[in-house]
Design a protein around this ligand. Sequence first.
Ligand SMILES: [Cu+2]
Length: 193
Amino acid sequence: MSKRIAALSLAAVAAGLAACAGRDANQAGGNSFALPSFSKSVSITATLPKDTIGEELPTEGVGTVDDTYWKATLGGFTQSKYAQALGFPPGTKLTLMNLSADITHTLDYVKKIKKPPANFPNNPNLPVTASGGKFGKGYASGPISPGKSVTIMLAKAGIYLIGCAFHYGEGMHTVLVINKNATPGPEGTPPAQ
Ligand SMILES: [Cu+2]
């Protein structure tokens, strides 16, 4: 499912023809698309499907944002195009998609907060192995390979800090708000080339 969406996005970017994109996606079945000719810029141009979090290193294209509401620099995660705070209602069946061309990432629970500011702890101990099928305390996606995705259930309302176990210190951390009326925060801009 998620692979097909990814393939569809690639085809749409490449050909700009929706009709061809659908047919190609069915035939290609995922990663057989000629990634080398599009390189990493594909992930920059894609806008994500509903109920999806895309992640990659800020320097891979998703960038960072200095979020004035959360009083923190957020990066590496988006539900649109560029880095932002994330917002979904409880009960969302969420897809975590690794947008990277060649780097493995995770999505881990870091801590729960009540309100801004989002004070990200230094060097939290984030498990690399998968833990839990529902998002909450102790959740860890486990390694998500480039172009792959996993699905989780957002069960409990709250404000959570999340990050990548491998690249938390490289700016892959953001705020995830699970609330009935949650909306994503303002987006950042792509990193300087
Ligand atoms: Cu990572």
